[in-house]
Design a protein around this ligand. Structure first.
Ligand SMILES: [Zn+2]
Length: 194
């Protein structure tokens, strides 16, 4: 049974070592920001920089491992029907919408949703780094370094499956940024598999 994260909201939960997390895009073209921390010490969180360093690439898919800021493996991708995800950009936030979109009364974004969902685990905004942005399609110009946020490549029912390499606290959102989701906000589904 999969659980539904409504549009522009988030959830947090425990994922035991060895369990699998399946994240599904039920309608297509919807991003999900994934946060992970080591349950035993939540100061140990996912690190895009460490991961890029060890994998020697910025686009992750099957067989790739997400590392922590202390260089431990946290999650490994087992299945991936989409093949394009982003690990460069931080979770969208009220500041994102103020600075990029010019919103005067901005939505709290994925960051605000993650902060609320992760509060019971003692994880605050300052502990949330660049998240693994599932299904987010960021194109990179390898010469100039210019980046462009494009519509996700995920079709309806596209999914990705991770295996937990540690006991983890997970945060997961249905992303709130217009451009990242081709300007329509949709739900995300997830399933924890033993
Ligand atoms: Zn977002």
């Amino acid at each position: 049974m999969s659980e539904v994260i409504p549009p522009r909201s988030g959830r947090a939960f425990r994922l035991g070592k060895g369990a699998r997390l399946k994240v599904i895009d039920p309608q297509g073209e919807q991003v999900a920001d994934l946060f992970a921390a080591f349950a035993g010490d939540t100061a140990e969180v996912m690190s895009s920089g460490r991961t890029f360093d060890y994998l020697e690439k910025i686009y992750l898919s099957v067989g790739d491992t997400i590392y922590s800021n202390r260089s431990q493996p946290l999650l490994t991708i087992l299945e991936d029907t989409v093949g394009r995800h982003d690990f460069l950009l931080t979770p969208c936030s009220a500041d994102t919408f103020r600075i990029i979109y010019g919103d005067r009364d901005p939505h709290r974004g994925c960051l605000g949703n993650l902060v609320e969902a992760l509060a019971p685990y003692g994880i605050g905004a300052n502990a949330i780094p660049a998240c693994f942005n599932i299904f987010m399609n960021v194109e990179l110009d390898g010469v100039t370094g210019k980046i462009a946020v494009k519509p996700p490549l995920s079709k309806a029912s596209g999914f990705i499956v991770f295996r937990a390499e540690q006991d983890l606290i997970i945060g997961l959102t249905a992303c709130s940024a217009p451009q990242s989701n081709n300007y329509s906000f949709k739900p995300i589904e997830f399933e924890i598999l033993p």
